[in-house]
Design a protein. Sequence first.
Length: 278
Amino acid sequence: MTKNLDKEGLCSIVDNYQLFYVDLWGVVHNGVSLHKEAINALKEITKKGKEYILLTNAPRPNSVVKTFLKKMGMEEEIIDHVFTSGEASLSYLKKNLIDKKFFHVGPPRDIDLFKDFKELKSNQIENSEYIICTGLFEEHEEDLKYYKELFEKNLKKKMICTNPDLIVDRGNKRELCAGSIAIIFEKMGGEVVYFGKPYPEVYNQSIDNKDKKVLSIGDNLNTDIKGANLLNYDSLIISNGIHKNEIKEKGIEETAKSYETICNYIQSELKWWNDKAI
């Protein structure tokens, strides 16, 4: 049974955990502005002497996302806790594929991921040895048929997907993510190596989590909650995020079941406590 924390707030369970993995997009911000209550909750976690990581499926290095958050108005002491799926994938690329030609599927804004080896980027997928997928091309943001045709004769190349998310809400606009393209490649018979939630590597790279009692907080059942389930962490789903309409219509139990996940807690937004409880 999923417990609702809207009345008691995060403060009611914080002492049960040593480490918190907190999703960024959909929990701490919406792509446009910060959520003040979530920022306050992070500060209170620190006051309690607990650790937290702002774990995000952003297909860019930590430094790029930190700059983005600074422009949004996030304080430096909070920004320092960021770890991205892009950072995790970069470690793998440098270790295993640093001298190989690659083809990039994604927008130009993601080039920071491979700036150290950009000379190996091929403009033709046929001339590459593997594929880096960080998202969708700006000119083909909704045309999934384009990607099927692109991959048709290149399925023997390995794809590195730096963001397993299928969708994201940027303000009030819903956008497709790299995970949607990786699934197409996979269903066509291609091999995909994923970096980011729900896969363990990104959790383990971000901090020493050995033998710690962990709570994972996020708005995405496919990534945040599924990752927690796979690693045997407790989880808190934020219901005003990606699954807002589904949860409103079917409730959290049925919605979570449809994604083959289990949620320990639910909260409409990340809040330290409810104002009425003060």
